[in-house]
Design a protein around this ligand. Structure first.
Ligand code: XMP
Length: 512
């Protein structure tokens, strides 16, 4: 079994790289995002089947603008340049790029002069999405210009012989109606790839990889009740059977009823032993007095691993630990191209001196891909479609100290939100709906005849495709109304409810 050769998306500094990588995967081809400062040799070592140069916000002539190793065009690997990548390719190969002042932004008419490889499925006049200042004014030697617009002479170009393709517009955005066809022509015709990166093949490949990594050693898997850990556990179970022991660490930061639910789901879908560790007191002790979000995350991540090491010790020398780390966790925990936003519990929060080696079969996947793999493995929809819940649990939904009291408030409010969202049939439409407790804030209210001076709860509900960006959910007023009155009535110590209407960016989904 061979690993799929990736299409590498070279991140040239905008948010487009992520979207391009997703579009490639939507075409059932495996893709990875890489930093632009890799040398051509480092790129070649990844054995890419194709390379895509992303868009970027700068001009190729600007100081500090990102560049690629020009040797990359000599590797014999097909390359697609998009927007900034188009200009970079033109410049590096001897064409001309100029600031003509002909800035194009938004939906633009593309005139196709010859279909070539990339544009053969498009009508001769078509709308595409543009966003650029500089313009390619002359294509490099050996290239044929395949499209123009009223403003620019080289809107698309290709050198079929060398496998080099470039477009000034953005085929990856939904505002380019035939963008998907352009991407597919690059992947299937330009790179000669087949659409074979499917859930079935992902399962086969991961099972193979896990067997190679683990051999005949014993493996522990942390189950959280969420879809990621369940899918990761099932993959490992398929790969190494009863070498796997699943562990549920109850850190006391779970939602209402969750520990029982984990036991119940587990009994139905897994046929390996489950170790249930009740460790609330340990976690609360580590969190006493901690209010800084990163310190909380690190404390929880570290204690988690300590508990695990003890379980491993009791389980005759387990050497591996399965984690449901996802690709966005990897990207967001800080790579060369993305700033470190939060230390995700699964990645950045782990101590360096950990004794267990990680098995992370979902590390290359986005959430919706994990759901598809879960379905392929036979998990029911109620589990594969469950809303995400962060590893550090309710601790990152208390702004302030994590105490038994504060946990009770946020857990009680969360229970109401989830119940009302479910009742209104909005569970699938919202990516996540939950509560945040502003533990150190108090506001004045009136209840019955008396004054109250109590803590507020913030309700947060978002829509999203993959958690990298999100919008606040336009929940119906009646649903919000029921949620707010129930929380104030039913959760002791809470007298006010606010609704968070921040999108991501600039906000993040969780408050901490
Ligand atoms: P943010 O808050 O960064 O969250 O916009 C993006 C998505 O990730 C979830 N999340 C986490 N998941 N461990 C996890 O397993 C974590 O430490 C963690 N922090 C955030 C969050 O719920 C959202 O779906």
């Amino acid at each position: 079994m061979t690993e799929p050769r990736p299409v590498l998306v070279v991140d040239l500094g905008a948010q487009y790289a992520q979207l391009i990588a997703r579009r490639v995967r939507d075409a059932h081809v495996y893709s990875e995002i890489v930093a632009h400062d890799l040398s051509a040799k480092e790129i070649a070592a990844k054995r890419p089947a194709g390379i895509i140069l992303s868009g970027g916000p700068l001009s190729v002539y600007e100081d500090g603008s990102p560049h690629v190793d020009p040797e990359l065009f000599q590797l014999g690997v097909p390359v697609l340049g998009i927007c900034y990548g188009h200009q970079l390719m033109a410049k590096d190969l001897g064409g001309e790029v100029a600031a003509t002042g002909d800035r194009e932004y938004g939906g633009t008419q593309l005139h196709i002069t010859e279909p070539g490889t990339l544009l053969q499925d498009l009508p001769t006049q078509d709308t595409v999405w543009m966003s650029h200042g500089d313009t390619v004014t002359r294509a490099p030697e050996g290239f044929r210009v395949t499209a123009t617009t009223d403003h620019i002479p080289v809107a698309a170009m290709e050198d079929r012989e060398r496998g080099l393709f470039a477009v000034q517009f953005h085929p990856e955005v939904s505002h380019t109606p035939h963008g998907e066809a352009v991407m597919k022509r690059f992947l299937y015709d330009g790179c000669g790839l087949l659409p074979d990166w499917t859930p079935t093949n992902i399962v086969d490949e991961q099972v193979h990889r896990i067997r190679e990594q683990v051999g005949d050693a014993r493996v522990l898997c942390a189950l959280s009740g969420g879809v990621d850990s369940a899918v990761a556990a099932l993959l490992v179970h398929r790969a190494v059977g009863d070498q796997l022991t699943c562990v549920f660490v109850d850190h006391g930061l779970n939602r209402e009823g969750e520990p029982d639910q984990v036991e119940e789901t587990f009994a139905r879908h897994f046929h390996v032993p489950l170790v249930h560790v009740k460790a609330q007191d340990r976690f609360l002790a580590k969190l006493a007095g901690v209010t800084d979000p990163e310190a909380k995350r690190k404390a929880i991540g570290e204690e988690f691993i300590r508990v695990f090491e003890e379980v491993a010790h009791d389980h005759a020398g387990a050497r591996f630990l399965v984690q449901g780390t996802l690709y966005p966790d990897v990207i967001e925990s800080g790579s060369k191209t993305a700033a470190n936003i939060k230390s995700h519990h699964n990645v950045g929060g782990l101590p360096d001196d950990m004794d267990l080696e990680l098995v992370e079969p979902l590390r290359d996947l986005f959430k919706d891909e994990v759901r598809a793999v879960g379905a392929e493995l036979g998990l029911p929809e109620e589990l594969t479609q469950r809303q995400p819940f962060p590893g550090p649990g309710l601790a990152v939904r208390i702004v302030g100290e994590v105490t038994v009291d504060n946990l009770a408030k946020v857990r009680g409010a969360d229970h109401i939100v989830r119940e009302e969202i479910r009742r209104a049939g909005l569970e699938r439409e919202t990516w996540q709906a939950f509560c945040v407790l502003l533990a150190d804030v108090a506001s004045v209210g009136v209840m019955g005849d008396g004054r109250t001076y109590e803590t507020p709860i913030v309700v947060r509900a978002v829509t999203s495709e993959d958690a990298m960006t999100a919008d606040w959910a336009r929940l119906p007023y009646e649903v919000l109304d029921t949620i707010a009155s129930r929380i104030v009535r039913e959760v002791p110590g809470v007298n006010r409810v606010a609704y968070d209407i921040t999108s991501k960016p600039p906000g993040t989904i969780e408050w901490e």
